[in-house]
Each structure stands twice: as structure tokens, then as C-alpha cells.
Write a protein that binds this ligand. Sequence first.
Ligand code: HEC
Length: 236
Amino acid sequence: MTHPRSTLSLAALALTFSAGMAVSHGDVTPQPVNTEGLPELTDGWEFENPFRDPDGDHWERALRVGDSGYGQNCARCHGLEAVSGGLAPDLRFLMAEEMDDEWYMERIRRGSGDRMPAYEELMNQEAMWAIRTYIETRPDPDGIAEFMPRLREIRDGLRDKQTEIAEGNATADDFADEIAALHVELAEIAEQVPTLSGAPKADSIARRAAVILERGGDRFLRDADETLTIGLSVSR
Ligand code: HEC
């Protein structure tokens, strides 16, 4: 059922627009993307994502740049974590290969009429491929579901260790062997989580937690706990 425009008060319209809910994208300010740490792409436009290889030097950095670039520029239409709420297509299903890369680049560079802004003047090519890397590495929610009970156990275990340390009953060193084993297990789980795009490796919470455990440092138990907790709470 549609209402004629004239029945909407101007005040209501003004409110709608100032709240950033406008249907047109004309009033939203795209955010610059900081691509520091990524190599400059100087040979013109690439046909295929140059950061795709998870064993390559730039994958990890591209993911991080893409995560924030996506969150600031694309999420409000394409959904948080690239899970579409129906406003715009679900980008997780674009295949991680040349044909869909070309389609992706076409859309991000030129936009789509008044439905999606063109980003060609707003971000560089490195940022575009970093966002591509972030999108294509979203985990398949069905594929990670089977690991959730174990990830929850691991999280609870990390929490118990923090409590023991906080109460002075143990130090992080006492858990070194156990942490090393957990790192291996999380990395193994991470290898098994599929993507919807066919990209070789998913950026799952198991992967992120494994990276944190490997990194070590002062707050790594808490950081790994937090990473798993956030992931466990958004998964249904
Ligand atoms: C204002 C809302 C909006 C924003 C912001 C936006 N998009 Fe879109 N996007 C759309 C809509 C709507 C479509 C469908 C367009 C059409 O079919 O004509 C679309 C289509 C696409 C497509 C083609 C998908 C397909 O399956 O055909 C890609 C790729 C894409 N967007 C990437 C992005 C990226 C990357 C960003 C952030 C840099 C972004 N979009 C920001 C609304 C948006």
C-alpha cells in the first residue's frame, strides 16, 4: 500500500533524512579508507583480486583494511559482516574468481544509478580489493555451526584461566602448553570453515582467535575470549 507524498508532513520527511534513512544515497558521506601497509597497485586496474592468496604477504593486512573500509562504506546497505538484510544484494555469494571480480569492480567503481554510489573518486584500487578480500572471506554460517559447541568450550576455558591468573593461583606461563595446543586446534578448525564465495580461506572467529593466541602478549587471553564471545553471540 502506498501513500501519496502529500500526506507526509515536511517535518517527518526532514526527520527521516537527517536520521540518515533516506532511500537515495545522496546525503551520506563516504569514508576514506586508510590503505597503509598494502602494496601500491601501479599497473592499472587488476582483473582479479591481487590479495586473494591467504598464504601471500598481504592477505592479513587486506582483511583488516577491508573490514574497516566495508564497515564504513558498504555495511549500511549491504549489511553488517556482509550479511544482507534485504536492502541490497548479499555480496558473500559473489564468486572469488575473475568473472565476479570484474563485476565487483564495475559496481564499486561506477555504482548503480541512484541506488549505489560510485566509489572511483572516493577510494583507491587497493581499498577496493581490500574490501573485496573482506567480503569473500566471510565464513559460511552453516559451515561453522558444527564447531560452535567446541568454540564455546574453548572460550569458557580461556575465561577460567583468566580467573585463575587474576586470583593469583597461576601465571600465563603455567598454561603455555595448553595454549599452544589450543592454538593448533583453532587453526585446524579455521581450515575447515568454508566460505560462500569459494575463497580458499574463511576469516572465521576460530582463525582470529588462533592468530591472537599465537601473538601472545599481555591481554591475549582476554582478546581471544572477546573474539570468540562476539562470534558466538552473533551466530544463530
Ligand atoms: C546506498 C546503498 C549502497 C551502498 C552504500 C553500497 N551499495 Fe552496493 N549495491 C546497492 C544496491 C541497491 C545494489 C543493487 C544495484 C542494482 O541491482 O542495480 C548494489 C549492488 C552492488 C554490487 C553488485 C552485486 C550483485 O550481486 O550484482 C556490488 C559488488 C556492490 N554493490 C558492492 C558494494 C560495495 C563494495 C560497497 C561499499 C564500498 C557498496 N556496494 C556500497 C546499494 C549500496
